[in-house]
Design a protein around this ligand. Structure first.
Ligand SMILES: Nc1nc2c(ncn2[C@@H]2O[C@H](COP(=O)(O)OP(=O)(O)OP(=O)(O)O)[C@@H](O)[C@H]2O)c(=O)[nH]1
Ligand SMILES: [Mg+2]
Length: 363
């Protein structure tokens, strides 16, 4: 499950990527600095791990992770192969969600490929390129579906009509994610792998002043995103990068405080990206290790166990589950048991965010 960073060239995508992950991408003041995508593993900040650490005192604590990909900048004509567009679009297709970076900072020294700062226009440029690519994909899918309607089967006719309606919808300048869909349409459309059907969140990359005071662009982008039911994260990538360079925790805290921030903006971004990917966390806690594991929402206990080891999934017998809140309240596994709050669950159990799991299995 990967989240791709998308936007025009030179808007701060690699700068942001470098604050997020420990992988280092090249970032420089010229368009198309990034060609090959940079892939990084990002730790998901989670307060609950600190609380568990205090109680369990393990040798080590491992956070949940999510993969982020820094993709090359897109330009007008990308869907027609402009600026290696087809290759970059393929990189986006491999991601399950999109972080769309919008340049909202003025700085005459940083080249803007469109010659001026205007994030609403920039957003449209990217949207249009992704839509054009989707129209191409949909045209092929519609042609294919048309061959099947001769069968007269209701599902085949509905598939054709759904794809045709969606094609019209995207041709009118809309993103597929906003197409009203029932479960049937949802499953048809997810098979087609469209770029504009991927969930998106917007990042306003601002300057130092605008973190505290906002700016004209942020308001417009928030209004636009609200209509799309999408989230916005406002942060200053360059400043966050500077904060990252600081040696000590105290120095970083001081810097953040001066900016009026409780935590780096990228932490908010990571949590939102985690949400966007429909991921959730369960914990395992022992004296050796307290660890957060990443799973999808709606996963069963054996599926969740499989993230640790495939043997756990294959040989799954049962899971002992403690709710995080109960563990914090009672302070230890033994006390939770005494209180009768340890549940024994079978194969059908749907794991909930924050569950503390202990798997029983045989190999
Ligand atoms: N002033 C200012 N400069 C920034 C900010 N974010 C990025 N930059 C600068 O903008 C330039 C481009 O940043 P990159 O992160 O390389 O941009 P990119 O979007 O990855 O660009 P491509 O890989 O070419 O598409 C660099 O010189 C950064 O230092 C910011 O928030 N404020
Ligand atoms: Mg880059």
């Amino acid at each position: 499950m990967k989240c791709g960073i998308v936007g025009l060239p030179n808007v701060g995508k690699s700068t942001l990527f470098n604050c997020l992950s420990n992988a280092k991408a090249q970032s420089a003041n010229y368009p198309f600095c990034t060609i090959e995508p940079n892939i990084g593993t990002v730790s998901v900040p989670d307060e609950r791990l600190f609380e568990l650490e205090k109680l369990v005192k393990p040798e080590r604590v491992l956070p949940a992770v999510v993969e982020i990909v820094d993709i090359a900048g897109l330009v007008k004509g990308a869907s027609k192969g402009e600026g290696l567009g087809n290759k970059f679009l393929a990189n986006i297709r491999e991601c399950e969600a999109i972080i769309h970076v919008l340049r909202c900072f003025e700085n005459g020294n940083i080249v803007h490929v469109e010659g001026s700062v205007d994030p609403m226009r920039d957003k449209d440029i990217i949207d249009i390129e992704l839509q054009l690519k989707d129209i191409e994909t949909l045209t092929k899918a519609v042609e294919k579906a048309k061959k099947f309607i001769k069968s007269g089967k209701k599902d085949d006719v509905m598939t054709y009509e759904t794809l045709l309606n969606l094609q019209k919808f995207v041709e009118e300048g809309n993103n597929a994610r906003e197409f009203p869909k029932d479960d049937f349409a949802e499953s048809i459309i997810s098979d087609v792998q469209l770029l504009t059907n991927k969930p998106v969140l917007y990042v306003c990359n601002v300057d130092e002043n605008s973190i505290k005071n906002g700016n004209e662009w942020i308001a417009k982008i928030e209004e636009m995103a609200a209509k799309e039911n999408a989230e916005v994260v406002v942060l200053a990538a360059q400043i966050e990068a500077d904060i990252n360079e600081l040696e000590t925790f105290e120095e970083r805290e001081m810097f953040l405080e001066e900016l009026g921030l409780k935590e780096p903006g990228v932490n908010r971004l990571i949590r939102k990206a985690y949400d966007l990917l429909k991921l959730q966390t369960y914990f395992t806690a022992g004296v050796k290790e307290v660890r957060a594991w990443t799973i999808g929402r709606g996963w069963t206990a054996p599926q969740a166990a499989g993230v640790i080891h495939t043997d756990f999934e294959k040989g799954f017998i049962r899971a002992e589950v403690i709710k995080y809140e109960d563990f914090i309240k009672f302070g230890s596994e033994a006390k939770v048991k005494e209180a009768g709050k340890l549940a024994v669950e079978g194969k059908e159990y749907i794991v909930q965010d924050g569950d503390m799991m202990n798997f029983r299995f045989n190999v």
